[in-house]
Design a protein. Structure first.
Length: 567
């Protein structure tokens, strides 16, 4: 292992017994480090720390020909420039440690680290054995350690050229911005999307970073937004499901470009694929009361390892690991907690595998309706009454004294979503009539109705009082919606099927009887006229027996010729 020269870069370290420094405060250095306060900055950029090499300061005896003092300036030499890098990376959260490495050629005897804009005194030491790396450690990163660094190394005869710059960034000094996708984080394969980073702190620019491999970043100047915030729009162009699209953004000020805000919440773009779509359902039903706990379940027989849930017009894409409640079925539960108006909307879910960045095709949409948002409580009545016979026509009337544009009718325990009708203004009320023509036993049940506005169709009024509908007689054909124009349903459909089957049973024997009688007649005709013997004549000729038999010959010509043709 190549020996390393170790140095300590005292940036933002506290004296023993004192707390850690906070953003925007002046850290007190440990003994052995000195702090300079620039006189021309008004104290805004304080705490420029100095480098302290472990060991004794260098003297002219340590390195012959080198005169060393507190303000010794190193001139770039002719040796190859070293390589400089930071571990664990060049973007460091506030308070975290970081190590800067400088690697030169074998036999380097000393390393120096410079920070642009700083002129600290440097202490040096002669290494105990030759090495090719210098190590500079920052134990607690603050905004005072952020900046652009270069390093040098020295051999017995000369200094090296200056290394390429290392930009060391600290994050978490300012509050985090917001990151959203326009128009939505769910993007079709090959589609375009724009990412918007915004802040209320008046920052001058934004950096957008893409996580994963390969890592990428983009920087844009901030623009003033419509509501006074600063923002930047990053067009992403075409996206595909071939890899993961995970982003964060930071804000910064122009005079301190290496001092970033805390990172935004992560934003992942979801690019649906073509694999089997899961199913999305809720045990509570599609209509939930405000404050009620709500859980959405995403299920699939594909065996997905993870699931994600999307809500239209929302940016969040929560993910949950898949579990197997039974063989051949994978599922994830998304508890949404007590319901508020923000939970109302249209949802879809997607499935994915851990070893792939691709997601499945979307589930069918599930609409979640939140009741109790509007203060009115509509009334629900039934005509001709709550007890009707099968086959009768029934109308459920939902009314409200408030101005409402739509009404919804729901049946407890029904698999189908609530029926929705436009309201009409009659007799001082807004109302909607839900017709059932004709009713069957499938319409037995408990009904409620709600009112709503078209501006937000997912937010409803309080529920009406329960209405119990009882249908006597008839045969249950299935739990069909009570009002649906189009194909015949209920008892009418059942009677049509019964009549069709009865007609078929009556007509079938008649058809068979007619066919049987026709076959019998053909057999009798064949026995009366025996097949003629082959006379060597053409099939179209008829043998003439005598002149007086001409009429009989003409009568038989047709049969004779037919038999001769088919012989």
């Amino acid at each position: 292992m190549t020996p390393s020269l170790t140095a300590l870069l005292c940036l933002g370290e506290m004296e023993e017994g004192e707390g850690k420094p906070q953003p925007g405060t002046d850290p007190s250095p440990q003994p052995g480090c000195s702090v300079r306060r620039p006189q021309d900055s008004g104290g805004s950029r304080v705490g420029e720390a100095l480098l302290r090499i472990q060991g004794e300061p260098l003297t002219g005896v340590s390195l012959p020909g080198l005169r060393v003092g507190l303000r010794t300036q190193v001139q770039a030499g002719t040796l190859p420039k070293p390589t400089i890098w930071a571990e664990p990376g060049s973007v460091i959260p506030w308070g975290s440690p970081v190590t800067i490495w400088c690697q030169g050629t074998r036999g380097a005897q000393i390393f120096r680290l410079d920070k642009e804009g700083s002129s600290p005194p440097w202490y040096r030491q002669a290494p105990r054995e030759p090495g090719d790396k210098g190590k500079f450690s920052i134990s607690y990163m603050t905004q005072y350690g952020a900046g652009i660094y270069h390093c040098y190394y020295r051999s017995p005869t000369d200094w090296s050229e200056r290394s390429d710059p290392l930009q060391l960034v600290v994050t978490g000094v300012h509050s985090k911005p917001t990151l959203s996708a326009l128009p939505s984080p769910v993007v079709t394969s090959g589609g375009n999307v724009t990412l918007q980073c915004g802040s209320w702190e008046g920052v001058d620019g934004f950096i957008l970073t893409k996580e994963g491999e390969p890592k990428s970043s983009w920087t844009l100047d901030a623009q003033r937004g419509p509501h006074g915030q600063t923002q930047a729009l990053f067009p992403m162009g075409r996206v595909t499901p071939s890899h993961r699209w995970m982003f964060r953004c930071h804000g910064f000020y122009r005079d301190t470009p290496q001092v970033w805000s805390a990172p935004s919440d992560p934003l992942e773009l979801l690019v649906p694929g073509a694999s089997g779509k899961p199913s999305l359902l809720t045990p509570q039903g599609p209509v939930v009361a405000s404050g009620q706990n709500l859980t959405l379940q995403c299920r699939s027989d594909v065996g997905y390892d993870r699931f994600t849930l999307s809500q239209e017009w929302r940016q969040a894409l929560p993910q949950r690991p898949g579990r197997q409640p039974q063989a051949g079925l994978s599922q994830a539960d998304f508890p949404l907690g007590p319901v508020t108006n923000t939970h109302a909307g249209r949802y879809r879910c997607y499935g994915g595998h851990n070893l792939s960045s691709e997601w499945s095709a979307p589930s069918d949409p599930l609409d979640i309706l939140v009741a109790g948002w509007f203060p009115d409580t509509p009334s629900l009545s039934v005509q001709p009454g709550p007890l009707v016979a099968s086959g009768e026509n029934v109308t459920l009337l939902c009314q409200s004294g408030s101005t409402r544009e739509t009404f919804l009718l729901s049946k407890e325990g029904a698999a189908w979503p609530p029926l929705r009708l436009r309201s009409k203004y009659r007799g001082g009320h807004f109302q909607a009539e839900f017709s059932m023509s004709p009713v069957t036993s499938a319409h037995n049940g408990t009904y409620r109705c709600y009112s709503s506005l078209s501006s937000n169709p997912y937010l409803l009024s309080h529920a009406s009082a329960l209405l119990e509908l009882t249908v006597s007689g008839g045969t249950e054909v299935g739990a069909l919606p009570p009002t649906e124009p189009g194909p015949q349903t209920g008892l009418k459909w059942y009677l049509n099927v019964l009549i069709g089957v009865s007609v078929a049973f009556v007509l079938l024997p008649l058809v068979l009887l007619v066919r049987h009688r026709g076959q019998s007649r053909r057999r009798k005709s064949g026995a009366a006229d025996p097949e003629p013997k082959d006379t060597g004549l053409q099939s179209s000729s008829c043998p003439a027996a005598a002149a007086q038999d001409q009429a009989l010959c003409e009568q038989k010509r047709t049969g004779c010729c037919r038999e001769g043709h088919t012989a």
